[in-house]
Every structure is written in structure tokens, then in C-alpha cells.
Write a protein that binds this ligand. Structure first.
Ligand code: NAX
Length: 327
């Protein structure tokens, strides 16, 4: 029998995971022929709720689900896993910005980073979801030097999907007709959703929607969509975030379709003048379990200025968490 892939998930009794774990168990990250083993981490007070999640996973009788480990011990959860989805963190409430969470959540990522460094598989693939996601990934990377730094990524696929949906709705197109969307920067309100290269059924999106709309409506709507969901729902995006994580991991592992790309927040390689090592969202193509930053796009002055502002926010966040950055 094929060896199961071990998937660790933190914050496993939370809202996002309640939409996500069942899809992972159904094979949506590693594909329909690959068994998976779930290593679910929670804080001690949430272990009862986690047990209920495990009961429901059992009750689904997923053919690909090899086993489920529930624990409050990060060493047990993270030992020799193939990928880790770092969801567990305090979520943003009404009126809160991500930056309000930075110090509290940063401590979780320095401590888990140190443990992953000791017990993790050096090639494991990491997706950080808990906010502020880019900077938490940066903290994790600094505290886990044994883990391949290229494999430490953060989630901007939800923003990417939101951008596709907004453009499709404006243009009266199907989401499946849209390619080459980009989210640059931080998963925050400084992110830069960019339709400059997007196509709708092969035609340039910029010929089908106005520049005025792209600059003054599209960008703020996508960038503030998380806050709009909080206002409407009373808590942060859960099912759509779960879907974004599944898309992020499945694309990374299984590849991008020909002629398209996705947005992932990854350690910068210096492309587009972004500081090396900052966890910044770029357009990437994925093949054979590896991603490549698309580094040769012409960027307009309007977009470039916004990209630099998002970089500055990430530099400021990095400075705020300076005390958490030593391994
Ligand atoms: P919930 O509060 O429902 O769940 C979080 C879970 O994490 C809780 O069960 C809690 O007990 C657990 N937890 C806390 N500290 C932990 C630790 N040290 N180790 C293990 N588990 C721990 O939040 P949920 O709605 O699931 O959101 C989780 C995170 O995702 C939040 O930080 C939220 O802001 C972030 N989001 C990120 C998004 C993105 O696109 N990057 C979008 C959605 C979401 O806002």
C-alpha cells in the first residue's frame, strides 16, 4: 500500500479547520490515490472539541484517511510530517486590524518554529494561515533554519480567488474563463490585487473593464473583503479560507495548469525589488511539487508604488517582532 502522507494542522478544532479537514481527508490536497494521515494540534482546553471533530471524521469513513492523531503536544503533531498547515491563532474580531494581533500570534509561531526545527522533516511544505500570515511565516522561517526556507509559505490564495470572483462578476464572465490574476504583497489591506496581466477567455481584462474600476473599486473591494465578511458574519472567513488553503496546497503539489499561475506568499528572491527573504505574495507557477516566481512581468508605476507600500508594511511588521526572530 502507498505510504500515507502526514498532514499536520494546528488550530484543528477551529472554524477554518471544520471546513478544511474533511476535504483533506477526501483527498483534495494530495489527490484521489494518496492516503493521508492527519496530525491535529490544539491547545489543551480545546481537546474535547477536537475529539468531536475526530468522531465526525471517523463517521465519514473516508477511504483515503489512514489515521487521525489528536494532541496538544506540538512535538507529537509535527514529527516527520510532509506538510504543516498553521491555522491556529487568535482570529481578528470586528474592528480589529491584523496588526493588532501581531505580537500575541507571533509568539505562537516562534515557539512552534523551534519545535518544527527539531522534529520536522526538512523538506516539509508549510502554509501559514493564522494572521498576520506573512509575518508569522517570517517568524517561523527564522526559528526553523533546518527546514528548507523555500517551503515556508503563507496564504494569499483566498485573496487571489476573491479577485477572480470580483473580476468575473464585473465582466459578466465565468470564473473559469479568468487566468493570470495576481495578488502582490501582504495578506492585509495593503495587498495589491492586479488585473494588468489577467485574461478573460484569452482577451486582456484591461480591455474589458475600465482602469478607473480596476484602481478605485476592484483593489479596495478585494483588499477589504475579509473585513466585509467579518461585518456580515460576525467572525472571519472560514469556508472560503479553508478552500484557499486546499487550493494553495493542491496547486503547489499537483501543479498549475498550462498558461496560468496562482498567487502564493513565499520568501522573496529579490524579484521586483522586494527584500530577499520577506514573505511576499507573487505570481508563481508550480510543477513537480516546486513553485517558481514569475519574475519578468512589466509592472506599471501605479502598481509598483502600491507594491512598495505593502513591502514597507511587511518591513514594519518584521521590526515589531524583532525579538522573536532568533532561532
Ligand atoms: P478559530 O478561533 O475558530 O480557531 C483557531 C483555533 O486555533 C482555536 O481552536 C484555538 O484553540 C487554536 N489555537 C490557538 N492557539 C493555538 C496554538 N498555540 N496551537 C494550536 N492551536 C491553537 O479561528 P479560525 O476562524 O479558524 O481562524 C484561524 C486563523 O486564520 C486566524 O488567525 C485568522 O485571522 C486567520 N485567517 C487567515 C486568512 C488568510 O487568508 N490568511 C483568512 C481567514 C482567517 O482570517
Amino acid at each position: 500500500m502507498t505510504q500515507p502522507k502526514r498532514v499536520a494542522v494546528t488550530g484543528a478544532a477551529g472554524q477554518i479547520c471544520y471546513s478544511m479537514l474533511f476535504r483533506i481527508a477526501a483527498g483534495e490536497i494530495y489527490g484521489p490515490d494518496q492516503p493521508v494521515s492527519l496530525h491535529l494540534l490544539e491547545i489543551t482546553p480545546a481537546l474535547g472539541l477536537l475529539e468531536a471533530v475526530k468522531m465526525e471524521l471517523d463517521d465519514c469513513a473516508f477511504p483515503l484517511l489512514h489515521d487521525v492523531v489528536c494532541t496538544d503536544d506540538p512535538t507529537v503533531a509535527l514529527t516527520k510530517v510532509d506538510c504543516v498547515l498553521f491555522v491556529g491563532a487568535k482570529p481578528r474580531g470586528p474592528g480589529m486590524e491584523r496588526s493588532d494581533l501581531i505580537t500575541d500570534n507571533g509568539k505562537i509561531f516562534s515557539s512552534l518554529g523551534k519545535i518544527l526545527n527539531e522534529v520536522g522533516n526538512p523538506d516539509c511544505k508549510v502554509c501559514v494561515v493564522g494572521n498576520p500570515a506573512n509575518t508569522n511565516a517570517y517568524i517561523l522561517k527564522a526559528n526553523a533554519p533546518n527546514i528548507n526556507p523555500r517551503n515556508i509559505t503563507a496564504l494569499t490564495r483566498l485573496d487571489h480567488n476573491r479577485a477572480i470572483s470580483q473580476l468575473a462578476s464585473k465582466a459578466g464572465a465565468k470564473v473559469s474563463e479568468i487566468n493570470q490574476m495576481v495578488i502582490w504583497g501582504n495578506h492585509s489591506t495593503t495587498q495589491v490585487p492586479d488585473i494588468s496581466y489577467a485574461t478573460i477567455n484569452g482577451k486582456a481584462a484591461s480591455d474589458l473593464v475600465s482602469e478607473e474600476w480596476a484602481q478605485n473599486e476592484f483593489i479596495p473591494t478585494v483588499a477589504k473583503r475579509g473585513a466585509a465578511v467579518i461585518d456580515a458574519r460576525g467572525s472571519s472567513s472560514a469556508a472560503s479560507a479553508a478552500n484557499g488553503v486546499i487550493d494553495h496546497m493542491a496547486t503547489w503539489i499537483q501543479g498549475t495548469p498550462d498558461g496560468d499561475w496562482v498567487s502564493m506568499a513565499v520568501p522573496s528572491d529579490g524579484s521586483y525589488g522586494i527584500d530577499e527573504g520577506l514573505i511576499y505574495s507573487f505570481p508563481v507557477q508550480c510543477k513537480d511539487g516546486e513553485y517558481t516566481i514569475i519574475n519578468d512581468l512589466d509592472v506599471s508605476d501605479f502598481i509598483k508604488e502600491k507594491m512598495m507600500a505593502s513591502q514597507q508594511e511587511l518591513r514594519d511588521e518584521r521590526d515589531t517582532v524583532a525579538s522573536l526572530l532568533s532561532a
